[in-house]
Design a protein. Structure first.
Length: 429
């Protein structure tokens, strides 16, 4: 069934560390051989052995409309004939920035970059330059890319591989990184008191997607906003996953909380390598060439990523019903999985918001990294392979959110629910 994938993985390991170019793809957490993908269309992935899967990764979030969305593909094809990069300004970059500003709240200026990691790294540097402070607060299990400062008690692949300390991260970097449990406002208040006048920023995934889907509890984000206002701290929302996914205005709009800086990732490029950070003019004007906080990139705002992202975001802006349908599809999937798991007598928690969802095999609420790590993740690994054999492609880690696409049909959702039912009917612990 996976002969070609096995051959490709063996071949890849001779030239690529671990056989993959991003760790979670290695299936090391769930076991087995990673599936090598040949192509994708709509809600489906097709692997090197011609197997078809219903996709709940969607390139870790950005394929919100589905794979190879026709208008996005056509826009890329037309634009690429004029070259792939200039290293000089284009009108399209302006149009893209204007579109982002028209959709996302509290953004006066936007700087394009080439990845979500770069966006978060640059936003933190800007917050430090703006405040003249060095320390920042992040939350255990949140992942903001692989820049040094963000790998302290991080989520995503760092959590998947249980890497507690990352070699290459200096003591000085670690000392400036303050961590608190997600949803623990008291812990943040204590850090703010203990390091008064030293904290430049608080960075958070407003809805976490890198320890599974974890929702902010009532009052948590509001409390962070109050602490930042009181202490002169920059509040950064990492919306690499939630931006333009939970709503046209992302988590800020969905949850009604204003951030000072916001970071975006590949969603603004329709899956192309791209990112951006933006926010209030009083902060953003400290970025070079307006100010002395330096950030640069030859490929920033490259025309192919810009046209892909502009076409996708314009589609979302012009068709707000897409978000309503996505919410309805997620609710339908959640309801179906609830019914299956209730029948199975398996302890479980389903967390979801908008088109993000995750299943945790736990008998307690899952609201932070510790509770996500304490779940029966060995069962998740079995569940993953049981679903994969039935043509359902879930994230290969219990510490990752599932992402739904607009391309999913009711039949796809029913097939997913039926596959889960089949797994638990035949499951033996």
């Amino acid at each position: 069934m996976y002969n070609k994938s096995k051959e490709l993985f063996e071949r890849a390991q001779k030239s690529i560390p671990g056989g993959v170019n991003s760790p979670v793809r290695a299936f090391k957490s769930v076991g087995g051989t990673p599936i090598f993908i040949e192509k994708a269309k709509g809600a489906y992935l097709y692997d090197a052995d011609s197997n078809r899967y219903i996709d709940y990764i969607n390139s870790w979030g950005p394929m919100l409309l589905g794979h190879a969305y026709e208008t996005v593909v056509k826009a890329i094809q037309e634009k690429v004939t004029g070259s792939t990069s200039f290293g000089a300004p284009t009108e399209l970059e302006i149009e893209m920035a204007e579109l982002i500003k028209s959709m996302a709240p509290n953004i006066d200026l936007v700087r394009m970059v080439s990845s979500g990691t770069e966006a978060c790294m640059s936003a933190l540097r800007l917050a430090r330059g703006y405040t003249g402070r060095n320390k920042f607060i992040k939350f255990e299990g949140c992942y903001h890319g692989h820049a040094d400062a963000f790998l302290v008690k991080a989520g995503s692949g760092v959590a998947t591989f249980n890497i507690q300390t990352v070699p290459g991260i200096t003591g000085g970097v670690s000392a400036d990184t303050l961590t608190a449990p997600y949803n623990d406002l008291h812990a943040v208040q204590q850090l703010a008191i203990a390091h008064k006048g030293e904290i430049a920023a608080i960075i958070i995934e407003p809805v976490a997607g890198n320890m599974g889907c974890i929702l902010p509890e009532a009052g948590f984000l509001e409390g962070l906003r109050t602490i930042c206002d009181t202490e002169g701290i920059v509040l950064i929302f990492d919306e690499v996953m939630t931006g333009f996914r939970l709503a046209a205005g992302g988590a800020q709009e969905k949850l009604g909380i204003n951030a000072d800086l916001v970071t975006f990732g590949k969603v603004i490029g329709g899956g192309m390598p791209v990112g951006a950070f933006g926010g209030k003019k009083e902060i953003m004007q400290h970025i070079a060439p307006l100010g002395n906080v330096y950030q640069a990139g030859t490929l920033s705002g490259n025309p192919i990523a810009m046209i892909a992202g502009y076409t996708m975001l314009k589609t979302l802006k012009d068709n707000p019903s897409i978000y309503k349908e996505l919410d309805e599809k997620t609710a339908y999937l959640s309801k179906g999985l609830n019914e299956v798991l209730q029948k199975s007598s398996t302890p479980y928690v389903i967390n979801n918001m908008g088109s993000m969802i995750s299943v945790h095999f736990s008998d307690k609420p899952v609201n932070n990294f510790a509770s996500a790590a304490a779940a029966n993740n060995a069962l998740f690994n079995q569940f993953f392979h049981g679903m994969l054999k039935q043509g359902i492609y879930l994230p290969p880690s219990a510490f990752e959110s599932w992402f739904l696409s607009y391309a999913l049909t009711k039949e796809d959702l029913d097939k997913t629910i039926d596959a889960a039912d089949s797994f638990f009917r035949h499951f033996k612990s």
